[in-house]
Design a protein around this ligand. Structure first.
Ligand code: F6R
Length: 255
């Protein structure tokens, strides 16, 4: 695991966008794994600007998002379909047929019924697998919606959200009751199959979970710790989240 500590969120966003751009320049038909949440918003902004300035094109790129709530339609402002459109898709030249976000109808609460899950994993394989996966981390160490548990699922599946995650995401809804109880998410196996992984961590509220990720061994009770087993993971964190880390590779950019 490589750690790159930058001064603040704007630098994190620029560095992450630059790494994505480099991936796309090296392989214009790259398959990217995308995350939602507050952390990658700045990176999407930077990428959109790069495309607008003609520095990169996403025309040959295929994307697969990590997850989506169940029970929100794609036009619901809190759905991840809406988020992706708002922050990236509407601003770049990524072809609509190459954008993928998992989607399950309300009622598909068991894996047996989740045909969309199998189909999603099949599609990722068909497109050659994910070249670069972007991740954020939850306060409880979740990646995607893979919540701490005795066992973790390998492939895309339906998950019941923990109260902690629903509470953390309630800030985007009018009340906690409106936060969906279930989601569809790529599994840790699907995430670990990505050739490269970029984990973005920002803010003082992520200090504790980052300390656990840094110090603890691999445990399903901290799903992000599985990333220690992956051969090519870069963590980009800002000072607020990781200033105290005794890591060797520290990137400090001029602001
Ligand atoms: C989003 C996702 C989640 C978030 C995580 C951190 O697609 O899969 O795992 O990355 O909850 O969210 P933020 O960035 O809002 O702190």
């Amino acid at each position: 695991m490589k750690w790159r500590i930058v001064n603040h969120y704007a630098e994190l966003s620029r560095l992450a966008a630059e790494m994505v751009a480099e991936q796309v320049r090296n392989k214009p038909t790259s398959v990217l794994g995308l995350a939602t949440g507050s952390t990658p918003i700045g990176m999407y902004g930077e990428l959109s600007e790069m495309v607008r300035r003609g520095e990169i094109s996403l025309k040959g790129v295929t994307t697969f998002n990590l997850d989506e709530y169940i029970g929100l339609t794609p036009d619901h402002p809190q759905s991840y379909h809406y988020y992706m459109n708002e922050h990236l898709f509407s601003k770049v030249d990524l072809l609509p047929e190459n954008r993928h976000i998992p989607y399950a109808e309300k009622g598909e609460f068991s894996d047996e019924e989740c045909k969309a899950c199998e189909e999603y994993d099949r599609l990722i394989e068909e497109r050659g697998g994910i070249d670069l996966q972007i991740l954020g981390i939850g306060h409880n160490g979740h990646i995607g919606f893979n919540e701490p548990s005795l066992s973790l699922e390998v492939g895309t599946h339906v998950v019941a959200l923990t109260e902690e995650t629903r509470e953390a995401n309630a800030r985007f809804f009018r009340s906690i009751e409106e936060v969906p109880t279930h989601a569809i998410t790529m599994g840790v196996g699907s995430i670990m199959k990505a050739k490269r992984i970029l984990l973005l961590v920002s803010g003082a509220d992520k200090k504790e979970v980052l300390a656990r990720l840094y110090a603890e061994g691999v445990t399903t009770e901290l799903p992000a710790s599985l990333l220690h087993l992956h051969p090519d993971v870069t963590v980009i964190a800002d000072q607020e989240a990781a200033g105290w880390l005794p890591v060797e590779e520290i990137v400090k950019e001029e602001t």
